[in-house]
Design a protein around this ligand. Structure first.
Ligand code: SF4
Length: 130
């Protein structure tokens, strides 16, 4: 799933990257899902792919209205990535884990991003409960 505004980076064809954008309103109105063929130039991979197999978990502080972002294992990774079984977060480099958290913190400062990330978090939490 592309983050809000990210589809602007994929309006034109990219050499060596076969993909289509599909409408997907599951997280936010006007959302776009990038469907690839499993190969892309590293410099052009979408943000969610850059974070995978991690994702951003947001925790709201009711008292002061702030939101804190942390990196966590994406539960969807278990089906396709060997790293979760290789020690989870401990198997990832600390700079990578920190960079995902930092990106999440920066994104959470934008209302559109924040709403999308919270919508995704609700879906992830529902999935965990099943
Ligand atoms: S990183 Fe992998 S899943 Fe993401 S766009 Fe590239 S080929 Fe597709």
């Amino acid at each position: 799933m592309l983050y809000p505004f990210e589809e602007r980076l994929y309006r034109k064809p990219i050499e060596g990257f076969a993909f289509v954008l599909k409408p997907d309103d599951s997280l936010y109105r006007g959302g776009r899902r990038l469907v690839c063929e499993g190969v892309c130039p590293r410099a052009h991979r979408p943000l969610a792919c850059r974070m995978f197999p991690l994702r951003v978990r947001l925790t709201a502080n009711e008292a002061d209205g702030t939101v804190r972002a942390e990196a966590e294992l994406d539960p969807r990774a278990w089906a396709v990535c060997p790293l979760p079984e290789e020690g989870g977060l401990r198997a990832m480099s600390a700079p990578f884990v920190g960079a995902v958290a930092q990106a999440g913190q920066l994104l959470a400062g934008n209302t559109f991003m924040l709403e999308m990330m919270l919508a995704e978090q609700r879906l992830i939490d529902e999935m965990r409960r099943l």
